[in-house]
Design a protein around this ligand. Structure first.
Ligand SMILES: *Cc1c(COP(=O)(O)O)cnc(C)c1O
Length: 235
C-alpha cells in the first residue's frame, strides 16, 4: 500500500473520472474516508492531504478519535445504531447512514427533538434481501415512508445500501440501480425529495457513482486492510 496521501489522490482522480463518464460534476460526490480501526495518526495524515469527511462505525472507538482531531472535520456514523448510543452519536456525528427501521427512526427523532436539532440521516435498505443484512425491506419502506416523513426532527437525505457481495464491481451495478429506482418510487409516494444516495465502497465506488451515488464510503483503498475481528460490530 502506498501512503495515505497518495491513496487519496488516486481515489479522488478515479471519482473525477467516474463523474466524467457519467456526465456528473465531481463536486456532486462526497468521499467519506472510512477510518474505522485506524489510529488518529492515520486520520491526521489524511487531513493533511485535504480530507475533511470521515466515517466510523463504532461509537466507542470513534469518540476518542473525534475528540483528538480538529473540530472542523465532519463525521458520518456508518455502523449499526444501538438505541442507548443514539444521543452520543447525534452529538458527535453530523450524519447517520444506517437507520434501518421505523422504530429506530422514531427513537432518533425523539432524541434529536430533545437536543433541539434535526438529525441528518440515510435510510438503509436491504437491497439484496439478504437474511444476514440489516435495512428496510423495499416493500416495508414503500409502506412506511409516509410515517418516516412525519418525523419532523429527522432530515432524511436519502437511501443507503451495502449490496450483496459479488465477484466484481460490475455485479454490484444492478443493486445500485435498484436503490436509485426505489428512491425515485418513494419520492413519488411521499411527494418529498431524497436527493442523496450513500452507496459504493472500495470495491465498487466507481460503478456506484455511474449509477448516481452522492456519498461513497471508502476505507481500504485509503487506509489499507483492516483486521477482520473488529468489523461489523454494533456502534
Ligand atoms: C467498513 C465500511 C465501509 C468501507 O469499506 P471498504 O471496503 O474498506 O471501502 C463502507 N461502508 C460501511 C457501512 C462499512 O462498514
Amino acid at each position: 500500500m502506498d501512503g495515505i496521501a497518495t491513496n487519496l489522490t488516486e481515489v479522488r482522480q478515479r471519482i473525477d473520472a467516474a463523474c466524467r463518464r457519467a456526465g456528473r460534476e465531481p463536486q456532486s460526490v462526497e468521499l467519506i474516508a472510512v477510518s474505522k480501526t485506524f489510529p488518529v495518526s492515520d486520520i491526521a495524515e489524511a487531513v493533511k492531504a485535504g480530507q475533511q469527511v470521515f466515517g466510523e462505525s463504532r461509537l466507542q472507538e470513534a469518540e476518542p478519535k473525534i475528540d483528538a482531531l480538529p473540530a472542523s472535520l465532519s463525521w458520518h456514523f456508518i455502523g449499526g445504531v444501538q438505541r442507548n448510543k443514539v444521543r452520543k452519536i447525534l452529538q458527535k456525528f453530523g450524519v447517520i447512514h444506517a437507520i434501518d427501521s421505523l422504530r429506530l427512526a422514531g427513537y432518533v427523532n425523539g432524541i434529536a427533538g430533545e437536543l433541539g436539532h434535526a438529525a441528518e440521516i440515510f435510510l438503509q435498505v436491504n437491497i439484496g434481501g439478504e437474511a444476514s443484512k440489516g435495512g428496510f425491506e423495499p416493500e416495508v419502506l414503500r409502506q412506511e415512508i409516509g410515517k418516516l416523513c412525519a418525523l419532523d426532527h429527522l432530515r432524511i437525505l436519502g437511501l443507503m445500501c451495502i449490496p450483496p457481495e459479488g465477484p466484481d464491481a460490475e455485479s454490484a451495478r444492478r443493486w445500485f440501480v435498484s436503490l436509485r429506482e426505489l428512491r425515485d418510487e418513494i419520492e413519488a409516494i411521499s411527494g418529498r425529495q431524497f436527493s442523496q444516495l450513500s452507496m459504493g465502497m472500495s470495491g465498487d465506488y466507481e460503478v456506484a457513482i455511474e449509477e448516481g451515488a452522492t456519498h461513497v464510503r471508502v476505507g481500504t483503498l485509503i487506509f489499507g486492510h483492516r483486521s477482520r475481528r473488529v468489523e461489523g460490530e454494533l456502534g
